[in-house]
Ligand binder design. Structure first.
Ligand SMILES: NC(=O)c1ccc[n+]([C@@H]2O[C@H](COP(=O)([O-])OP(=O)(O)OC[C@H]3O[C@@H](n4cnc5c(N)ncnc54)[C@H](O)[C@@H]3O)[C@@H](O)[C@H]2O)c1
Length: 364
């Protein structure tokens, strides 16, 4: 069967990873790209052998069925609406939207048009995370009871050429890194039912020290350190720390502790391992990775969406999953503001696991 044709809107930093990964997959081909900055679109088009178009021209192309939205968080919902209104399936970078209202509107629009909407991250489709998923589903650690999740950095102003947005609404460690951590946990444990948190910030302004922004004063609108407790519908309880205020630490990315053992989950920003397990009172041991896709395969998510349109099966990086993650991130902020527990009302299904025997380049 011919590959489904796709377009990319937003030809910035992350776009090349998508071009590179999608070239390795058989179900979808990128044929055109667009950006409000035509120079950016032209540069990516030339490098990748596709057409450079305006956003309107890309959306008017009859042969394009799926559009990948790699614009900035503040425009994800708006561009998703444009894509869906043009009659095409949409997959966007994270977060799904900035507000819950925008997220719900995009879900409703897709439903009303009979189209699909998907969202990053797709790192949980990688071999490392799918190996963990299979171990947990097979009962290797028994029933998951508790766990920890840690992301910590001293701040992006030390390296990013334009770091201001990290400290404005829609930024901060919860909205920037939360999608990776929460999506990974939902893939393993199912949806979150309740949240509490204590968020704080070390300063109301920060000074950039990166080469391009050195000396810039960055106003801080959001909390930059979050300590949250997530109670999953399954009963499992996870302590999650997401911080731009930590110099150094020795905590592991994610650990899950079950009735019969503990498992150490790889970095949710990547697709690969290592995966470590400790059954009962045994020492940690590294487990062989059982599933394909270990490199930087950002692009698996939208290609899975394209492949799913052929068989009618659900796509894994679904809008419902991304909206649930957005709802949890807002609940974390709400819990700090209200000084209490916040119920999470949205729900999503766990995405179907990937098959271990998939041939590289295929999703079914
Ligand atoms: N850079 C990374 O390492 C990285 C990693 C993972 C995820 N992401 C996510 O990917 C998204 C994009 O990040 P980036 O680093 O590529 O940003 P970027 O600023 O480099 O690129 C964004 C591009 O989108 C274009 N754009 C903005 N609004 C548009 C619109 N309405 N229509 C068409 N084009 C528009 C901009 O002109 C720009 O070229 C963000 O949501 C970010 O969180 C980035």
């Amino acid at each position: 069967m011919d590959a489904i044709k796709a377009g990319i809107i937003g030809c910035g930093n992350i776009s090349q990873a998508y071009f590179d990964a999608i070239k390795q997959l058989h179900d979808m081909n990128v044929v055109a790209c667009a950006d409000i900055n035509m120079d950016a679109a032209r540069a990516k088009a030339e490098k990748n052998g596709v057409d450079a178009l305006s956003v309107d021209a890309l959306l008017a192309r009859d042969d394009i069925e799926v559009v990948v939205n790699l614009t900035l968080p503040q425009t994800h919902a708006e561009v998703n609406r444009q894509i869906l209104n043009a009659g095409k399936h949409a997959h966007c970078e994270k977060p799904f939207a900035v507000t819950r209202e925008d997220g719900l509107e995009v879900l409703a629009l897709a439903r009303s048009k009979g189209l699909r909407v998907g969202c990053a991250p797709d790192t949980f489709l990688g071999g490392g995370h799918q190996t963990v998923r299979k171990l947990i589903d097979d009962g290797a650690i028994g029933r998951p009871v508790s766990g920890t999740a840690f992301f910590a950095t001293p701040g992006h102003e030390r390296w990013h050429p334009n770091p201001g947005f990290y400290y404005l609404k829609g930024g901060g460690p919860v909205f920037d890194m939360g999608p990776y951590y929460i999506t990974t946990l939902v893939n393993l444990l199912g949806p979150v039912a309740e949240v509490t948190s204590m968020n704080t910030r070390k300063a109301d302004a920060r000074i950039a020290t990166s080469e391009m922004a050195n000396g810039q004063v960055l106003p801080v609108e959001v909390d930059t350190h979050s300590t949250a407790l997530l109670r999953f519908e399954s009963g499992a309880v996870i302590t999650m720390v997401l911080s731009f205020d930590i110099w150094k630490h020795t905590n592991h990315n994610i650990e899950i502790h079950g009735t019969d053992g503990s498992i150490s989950v790889p970095d949710p920003n990547f697709f690969k391992g290592p995966v470590m397990i400790a059954e009962g009172g045994a020492d940690w041991r590294e487990v062989p990775i059982t599933h394909p896709y270990l490199g930087n395969m950002r692009g698996l998510g939208p290609t899975d969406l394209a492949a799913a349109t052929r068989t009618g099966r659900p796509h894994r990086c679904s809008g419902e999953l991304a909206y649930h993650v957005l709802d949890v991130m807002h609940a974390i902020d709400d819990a700090t503001a209200r000084k209490g527990y916040v119920s999470v009302t949205s729900r999503c299904d766990r995405p179907a696991p990937m098959r271990a025997d998939l041939k590289e380049g295929y999703l079914d």
